[in-house]
Design a protein. Structure first.
Length: 259
């Protein structure tokens, strides 16, 4: 009876040992194997066989992880308080370092991203934060990548998602933008007046060289005004035109006086 029980228990024991010693790792997974508490090697992907009780394995996912950095209160270099949140793209490139050098590599990377976000953005003014976001993203990525290299983590990208301003700051920025638009409009208007005055001066110089052209221009202006719906038109007579008429009358009177 004892032997029958022993032979029946042996297959169950073998199945238990096989379940405890066989691991299957996917293509994107690696296993950090420890032997009697010491690091042995990194194994995978595929079938991994362990010695139960002697070897232990920790799974590490090599896929890129998207970490959402919570909104951080940041004071910019020009003393403006804003709330900024970001997203960090990171992955494990060295499973051994990721398991041995830090307790929880993803949590550590997330906390480091928060402090780095406040430190980097605090060196920029608000206008730079809004206009030079691509450059700031690169600075954040480079700083995080250098600091997480000792943990076997590669930070591939950092993106600032939102920059939240309080209502008073939004109104101040709107007023500043409106003032800037008015300034540009006045400059454009002044430049147009300057160009127009140059052209008018050039036209006046050309007309002064040909008095007949001035008289034709005067008559053309009268014709244009006469076509309008004005009932009464008061238009000054040019001195040159009056002088020409007076010269003509004088020429007509001289023969009569002689006769």
């Amino acid at each position: 009876m004892y032997w029958e029980f022993g032979y029946g228990f042996l297959p169950i024991l073998l199945l238990v040992l096989a379940g405890a010693s066989i691991r299957i790792l996917r293509e994107y997974e690696r296993g950090v194997v420890f032997q009697l508490g010491r690091f042995w090697k990194v194994k995978g992907p595929g079938l991994v066989i362990l010695i139960p009780g002697i070897q232990q394995m920790v799974r590490v996912d090599l896929r890129t992880v998207v970490m959402d950095v919570p909104a951080q209160d940041v004071i910019t270099r020009d003393n403006v308080s804003v709330k900024v949140n970001a997203v960090v793209y990171a992955r494990v490139v060295d499973p051994q370092l990721a398991i041995i050098q830090v307790e929880n590599y993803m949590h550590a990377t997330s906390e480091l991203a928060q402090t780095t976000l406040r430190a980097i953005l605090g060196k920029h003014e608000l206008d730079q934060l809004l206009a030079e976001r691509e450059k700031i993203n690169q600075d954040l990525q480079q700083v995080l990548d250098v600091q997480t290299d000792a943990w076997g983590i590669k930070v591939s990208n950092v993106e600032i998602k939102h920059v939240d301003l309080n209502e008073s700051m939004v109104r101040a920025i709107a007023k500043q933008a409106e003032a800037e638009r008015e300034r540009r409009a006045k400059i454009i208007h002044a430049e147009g007046e300057l160009q127009a005055s140059d052209k008018l001066l050039e036209a006046a110089q050309k007309l002064a060289q040909a008095p007949q052209a001035m008289q034709l221009r005067y008559l053309q202006t009268l014709t244009a005004i006469a076509g309008e719906k004005s009932s009464t038109i008061i238009f000054p007579m040019p001195i040159d035109l009056i002088a020409s008429v007076m010269d003509g009358l004088s020429a007509l009177r001289q023969p009569e006086e002689r006769g």
